[in-house]
Design a protein. Sequence first.
Length: 137
Amino acid sequence: MSQRTLVLLKPDAVRRGLVGEIIGRIESKAGWKISALELRTLDRPLLETHYAEHEGQPFYEPLMTFMSSGPSVAMVVEGERVIEGLRTMAGPTDPIAAAPGSIRGDFGTIVRENLIHASDSEESAEREMKIFFPNFV
Ligand code: IDP
Ligand code: MG
């Protein structure tokens, strides 16, 4: 079942020079390919739309500040079961709980700066791809 998902390499990943490493892992999965990609500093209105479900959470304002602190890489990735697969490849939200071998488990320590976002369902993927690539989808 081929799917598409929205992936963000967060400002920490870009600052730390991990873009090539992470994209390499994604491209190494058989049949997965990047079908859109942009390096871009995300502004507050876009982030409010993207993270609307978290408004009011204690981590919301620090998350907004972090996510707009420098450029991110936004991508659409497509391929076999890529929504589930990228969530597995990223690992759970807390990088200390994430298994070594996952992106968060290999490179992260604190929860906010966990390197990568990947859509969590088909509905989220459709919604999020439209936010970041309105002309592509
Ligand atoms: P996810 O990215 O694994 O789907 P969500 O619960 O959707 O995790 O949270 C969105 C983002 O908000 C996380 O990736 C992380 O950057 C940040 N975040 C979530 N929970 C916390 C927290 O408890 N403390 C600090 N940051 C958090
Ligand atoms: Mg989420």
